[in-house]
Ligand binder design. Structure first.
Ligand SMILES: [Zn+2]
Ligand SMILES: [Zn+2]
Length: 117
């Protein structure tokens, strides 16, 4: 996805021009993209470090930490942008699965319906 920076009028002073970063996951040794959306999200949480693990491994670690079975951890492609994503459950239909970026967009748009995935 292309993000153009035609918006030069800076309404917020702390807007940082993030670039997608390719990072090697220390868990599965696969490269993953630390997207600009995620970087913005991390930044909004005040996190300055980059993730060491890919989203799939992060979810895996979280489920382990929470004492959940990781049997249901599923990796598949987002039905909207095709980006790889992981969900902590067995999806009924792959056509309902959004990556976290699209999911946030989806939630923004569908806030009033309270749609859940
Ligand atoms: Zn990984
Ligand atoms: Zn997506």
């Amino acid at each position: 996805m292309l993000t153009n920076s035609k918006n030069t009028a800076s309404t917020m002073s702390d807007v940082i021009n993030f670039q997608p970063k390719s990072i090697f996951c220390i868990g599965c040794k696969n490269a993953f993209i630390f997207t600009t959306e995620e970087q913005t999200f991390f930044h909004s949480l005040g996190l300055t470090n980059v993730p060491k693990r890919c989203p799939h491994c992060r979810l895996y670690m979280r489920m382990r930490r929470e004492g959940k079975s990781t049997d249901t951890l599923t990796q598949l492609n987002c039905c909207k942008c095709g980006e790889k994503t992981s969900v902590p459950f067995l999806p009924k239909s792959e056509s309902e699965i959004f990556c976290i970026t699209c999911f946030r967009e989806f939630k923004k748009v569908n806030r009033k319906t309270g749609a859940k995935i």
